[in-house]
Design a protein around this ligand. Structure first.
Ligand SMILES: Cc1ncc(C[n+]2csc(CCOP(=O)(O)OP(=O)(O)O)c2C)c(N)n1
Ligand SMILES: [Mg+2]
Length: 435
């Protein structure tokens, strides 16, 4: 145990890691980034022979503008990941688990409704960014930077952890504890039908809402995931409404442990009361097509669907991960060559929607803007004391001028008599996220 003085020193270092006078502009921070270098080189040289979709936007019912919008969300997500690494290198950021390689999940945000509660995998920044475009005044890039910099102004965790989430976007915040969100998601899906059965109308969600629940291929092995999926199937099997879209983002690995080839398919392709839909999650048009089919099925049938989205994990588990300790350089190179952003860019260029220069302008422009924002985000206030950290968790109603609108026990008496879990009913009631 350190002395009081050393603890105080450590605490003050944590509060203000980089004095203002020694701050470097984030844009000047250099990081090793092969994926970025390959993206720039291939777009600049128009070396896109191996990239792009066999489909056109019209084939899947997307306008050119919609596809450009999805690409922009993918680019912003990618550049946030790059900024996270730069912030870490400058000792200004505290989290580098990114979304690179998973960016086609933006297609699910396009296909589903804003009012569909979405319990997201921690690699779903592109989904959140894309959904944010449906609500005026959203600032997803700024919010994510505040979260990375652990600022108390981060709107979802107030500087406690980097999490995705937004009450306005109907994305309940998640911890990084794998699969922990899945029982909540199933509970929320069950509560949609339950609310109708008991004529519970105190909700802002439409009666035909569905729930989205995404997760990784290794997370599926967690007992929490197994229990959640089993529970969804068990209920659906006997005709109970469980409108949930499970999206398994299969990048073939969990930290450094490989998922055996065919494992996910073997577990979920032929399961009672679960519709299985595999998709190439590197191809944004294929992904959108599958997302539309899944959305249509789950909304109409009110039964669970399992979308198996094959993707890659670029840049390791986190920016600090040394992939070479468990993968050969050849493997890493082959994975980097499957960058979904290159596929989307090639699709846009191949369909005459954007030129290579347009793509580079978007990519570089987003980076430039984010870097300027990052310089400001690191200066925003941080939590200063244990009391501040705990304050939001144990806030006394009415104290500090901010009343909690809902407590776990606030549900009407008739709901307390049901078997439905409190957590899912309070989610359905709309009182999560400290509202
Ligand atoms: C309950 C729990 N156990 C272990 C971990 C450590 N952990 C973090 S991510 C991860 C692997 C997740 O892999 P996957 O589900 O495939 O998602 P990916 O990171 O590949 O997208 C593990 C084991 C954790 N966060 N929570
Ligand atoms: Mg994985």
């Amino acid at each position: 145990m350190g002395s009081v003085a050393s603890v105080a020193r450590e605490t003050s270092t944590r509060r203000s890691p980089v004095p203002d006078t020694r701050r470097r502009a984030i844009r000047d921070v250099q990081i090793k980034d092969n994926v970025h270098a390959k993206f720039l080189a291939r777009i600049s040289a128009n070396a896109l022979k191996n990239y792009g979709s066999r489909l056109s936007p019209a084939d899947v019912g997307l306008t050119d503008e919609q596809l450009v919008g999805i690409f922009h969300s993918q680019v912003l997500s990618r550049q946030v990941d790059r900024m996270a690494c730069k912030l870490r290198a400058a000792n200004e950021g505290y989290y580098t688990v990114g979304s690179s390689g998973h960016e086609c999940n933006a297609a699910f945000a396009e296909a589903f409704r804003l009012s569909d509660l979405s319990f997201l995998h921690y690699r779903d920044a592109a989904f959140q960014i894309h959904r944010s475009k449906e609500v005026a005044g959203q600032t997803p890039g700024w919010d994510l930077l505040l979260s990375l910099a652990a600022s108390s102004e981060d709107p979802i965790a107030s500087g406690r952890h980097k999490v995705l989430g937004s009450k306005l976007l109907n994305i309940p915040p998640q911890t990084s504890t794998i699969a922990s969100h899945m029982p909540k998601a199933v509970g929320a899906a069950l509560s949609i039908g339950l609310a109708k059965r008991i004529e519970f109308t105190e909700t802002n969600f439409p009666a035909d809402s569905v729930v989205i629940c995404s997760f990784g291929d290794a997370s599926v092995n967690h007992s929490t995931a197994q229990g959640a999926i089993n529970s969804a199937c068990w209920n659906a099997f006997q005709g109970i409404e469980v409108p949930i879209a499970f999206i398994c983002e299969d990048n073939g690995i969990g930290i450094s442990v490989r998922t055996p080839d065919g494992w996910i398919r073997s577990q979920f392709a032929d399961r009672a009361a679960l519709r299985y839909m595999p998709v190439n999650g590197l191809d944004v048009l294929e992904t959108y097509k599958a997302a539309v089919a899944a959305e249509d099925f789950v909304r109409r049938e009110r039964k669970p669907v399992f979308v198996h989205m094959h993707c890659v994990r670029l840049q390791g588990h986190a920016g600090t991960d040394v992939q070479t300790s468990y993968r050969t350089r050849e493997e890493i190179d082959a994975i980097e060559n499957q960058d979904p952003l290159l596929h989307t860019a090639a699709t846009l260029i191949g369909n005459g929607i954007l030129t290579g220069d347009d793509v580079l302008d978007t990519y570089n422009g987003v980076e430039e803007t984010l870097a300027r924002m990052a310089d400001e985000a690191v200066k925003r206030p941080k939590l200063e004391s244990p009391e501040e950290i705990m304050e939001a968790l144990f806030r006394v109603p009415g104290k500090a001028g901010r009343k909690r609108r809902c407590q776990p026990t606030c549900a009407p008496r008739r709901l307390r008599k049901t078997n439905c879990s409190w957590a899912s009913l309070s989610i359905w009631h709309g009182c999560w996220a400290g509202a």
